[in-house]
Design a protein around this ligand. Structure first.
Ligand SMILES: [Cu+2]
Length: 388
């Protein structure tokens, strides 16, 4: 424990000051979303919940005003004596049920997406100017295999960039639901171009931004304690653990006070990160609004969720379960950095924390190790085949 307390150098990969860019003083709306899933959550709030809430409030206000002015004793000296109206009673029972259904269905969808860690994977196959059929191994867990065209995305990586192809127009699919799905082209992709096939059932995001979410490439474990957080990066060494506590007021700016911490969590941009939480004493909650993450940290059990940040920067959250007298003083700060910077940071932390790694262990580290130099999606495919 002494080592943990002493070692880490403070802040994360970006240093102080690289904060708050996305917060506005006096703002009342939600913080800008930094994941496709968070965008979906915001859409649900802004375009389903808020209109319904506003409509109901205005409707009830109008009814109240109508009753106040039309049926007061001056305006209506001889009230009618009836006490039931079957039609009105049916309507005021049925309409709220319908409203609740309209709210419930998309919210179940969101809860499911947040709860189920995605298992999407990617294969990249180089074209040779002749091959027209490219095979995607459909070896997912039961009930998670790729069975519809929307479960497959095909990209062409060429000298002119990374381009998404359209089903039917650019390629056809054969063998959906079988152990091997075949992507068929009419004209063979040129030699040197890469066909990148992503498959999976976790579809995240809205409209044009809809995408298959990839399986996690790495895990962080957040342990709540009275009053701060411990973070572990299990894939980067058994001793890769540090404390993350409120930044003292004399070191924080007025804007970052109660938000920033001494040692931030650092994660790579664009990667699916698995988050596991637990606690040492009472229930805490790891909440990060920009990623639409909020998950309880419960002593004696492990909870799991995930996020994939799309932009670099520093993002703030707070413990969101009343956990005692200093509940308000255990903020959460996550730094999203490039993969290169992340790997540098991992190296720095390993040195500072005295984490000992064999060359083999070092090579196997997700994203940073030499044997994992392939893209994150290929890593995901490895993870899946290991589980098989
Ligand atoms: Cu707490």
């Amino acid at each position: 424990m002494k080592k943990i307390l002493a070692a880490v150098s403070g802040f994360g990969a970006l240093g102080a000051g690289a904060a708050l860019a996305e917060r506005t003083q006096g703002g009342v709306a939600m913080l800008p979303a930094n994941s496709a899933l968070a965008e979906e959550v915001h859409f649900f709030h802004n375009w389903i919940l808020m209109p319904i809430i506003t409509g109901i409030s205005l409707f009830v206000l109008a009814l109240l005003l109508w009753v106040i002015f039309r049926y007061n004793s001056k305006a209506n000296p001889n009230p009618r004596k009836f006490s039931h109206n079957t039609l009105v009673e049916i309507v005021w029972t049925a309409v709220p049920i319908l409203i609740l259904l309209v709210i419930a269905l998309p919210s179940f969808d969101l809860l499911y997406k947040e709860d189920v860690v995605p298992d999407g994977k990617q294969v990249a196959i180089e074209g040779d100017g002749q091959t027209v059929d490219f095979v995607f191994p459909n070896n997912f867990a039961d009930g998670r295999t790729v069975v519809r065209p929307r479960h497959v995305e095909v990209y062409l990586e060429s000298s002119s960039g990374f381009q998404k192809l359209a089903h039917r127009a650019d390629y056809r699919l054969a063998g959906l639901g079988d152990p091997e799905v075949v992507v068929e082209f009419e004209t063979p992709p040129a030699a040197g171009d890469s066909v990148v096939i992503r498959g999976g059932r976790s579809l995240i995001g809205r409209g044009d931004r809809k995408q298959i979410a990839m399986a996690p490439t790495m895990t962080i474990k957040a342990v709540g304690r009275q009053w701060g957080w411990n973070y572990t990066y299990p894939e980067y060494g058994g001793d890769f653990e540090f404390l993350s506590d409120l930044l003292p007021e004399d070191q924080a700016t007025p804007e970052t006070w109660l938000l920033d911490v001494d040692n931030r969590v650092v994660v790579p941009v664009g990667e699916t990160i698995r988050v596991t939480t637990t606690a040492t004493d009472v229930i805490h909650s790891w909440a990060m609004p920009a990623f639409a993450v909020k998950i309880d940290a419960v002593p004696g059990r492990i909870n799991e969720t995930w996020f994939a940040a799309e932009r670099e920067g520093v993002f703030y959250g707070q413990c969101s379960e009343i956990c005692g007298i200093r509940h308000a003083y255990m903020p959460i700060a996550v730094e999203v950095v490039s993969r290169e910077r992340f790997c540098e940071w991992v190296g720095e932390q390993q040195t500072a924390l005295g984490v000992e790694r064999t060359a083999e262990e070092k090579a196997a580290e997700p994203l940073c190790g030499s044997s994992t130099a392939v893209t994150r999606m290929a890593d995901a495919a490895d993870i899946l085949s290991e589980e098989d």
